[in-house]
Design a protein around this ligand. Structure first.
Ligand SMILES: Nc1ncnc2c1ncn2[C@@H]1O[C@H](COP(=O)(O)OP(=O)(O)O)[C@@H](O)[C@H]1O
Ligand SMILES: [Mg+2]
Length: 254
């Protein structure tokens, strides 16, 4: 399970995001970007953040540390903004927190170029998890202390919205034609050779063990949280071996 903190203060909403994430202080004095369990897509978005964030980290990508944030909805009572107040009220219990990278700026492909190797690794990873949220319009990449950091993996693994059709859905190709890093001639073949062998059953078990039970319990068709954890691991294991051959849009961009 992820490390847990308790929210002591709601600081401010982060207006850039579509899901209205907010800045929250934890009882460890850390400042976290919090994604609320009561927001639109609910807990599946949070599960996706954990699975993809923790997998990416183990594959060597820079991802800010993730924690669970226990929220007492009482914190929302003093919020003047109606929308924020509703969100806090609906999000009692465990939410997702990500270390706030103070001073980070949104990555701009026109301002900062990267090499085919790093671009290839990120495109390959996004293909693995089916990330539709790394477009040039909205790259969800941050520059911090001169390095590229990956954030926002909520819109991935679309197959987890329909488990009976998950195998079919996860066999589909990845459309990279909108990807923010396409201009850098991503070398996905090298990335696949280096990263695919790392995506093992053991690694995925370790990654899915980080998901809190509370976000897995009660999923129709699954008796236990662990059964659902295995369902998260399966398509990723299958995709890791083949997904580099199923990425569309890279050749066309050349
Ligand atoms: N860990 C972080 N450190 C600094 N800024 C962040 C962090 N996470 C998110 N942000 C900022 O907040 C915005 C919204 O967060 P994001 O995770 O992309 O949420 P959404 O799902 O709403 O798009 C990001 O585009 C970025 O500007
Ligand atoms: Mg985003």
């Amino acid at each position: 399970m992820l490390r847990g903190v308790t929210a002591t203060r709601y600081i401010t909403p982060l207006r850039e995001g579509g899901s209205l994430p907010g800045l929250v202080e934890g009882d460890d004095r850390g400042i976290y970007v919090m994604k609320f369990s009561g927001a639109g897509q609910g807990r599946k978005t949070l599960v996706a953040e954990v699975v993809c964030g923790e997998l990416a980290r183990r594959l060597g990508f820079r991802v800010p540390p993730l924690v669970t944030v226990d929220l007492d909805p009482v914190l929302g009572l003093g919020e003047p903004d109606q929308q924020v107040q509703e969100l806090l009220k609906a999000s009692g219990g465990l939410n997702l927190g990500m270390d706030f990278l103070s001073g980070a700026i949104g990555y701009d492909p026109l301002a900062f170029g990267i090499g085919p190797e790093e671009a290839g690794r990120i495109v390959w990873f996004d293909a693995l998890v089916g990330n539709v949220d790394r477009s040039w319009r909205n790259p969800n990449l941050l520059m911090w202390h001169g390095d590229l950091w990956l954030i926002d993996h909520g819109a991935t693994m679309i197959w987890h919205h329909n488990w009976p059709g998950a195998e079919t859905s996860a066999a589909r190709p990845y459309d990279a034609s909108d990807h923010a890093l396409l201009p850098f001639a991503p070398d996905v073949a090298s990335a696949a050779a280096a990263l695919a062998p790392l995506v093992t059953e053991e690694l995925l078990a370790e990654v899915t063990a980080e998901i809190p039970d509370a976000w897995l319990a009660g999923e129709p068709g699954f008796d236990t949280p662990d059964a659902l954890r295995r369902a998260y691991a399966r398509p990723l294991l299958a995709r890791a071996a083949v997904v580099h051959e199923r990425i569309n849009g890279i050749e066309e961009a050349r």
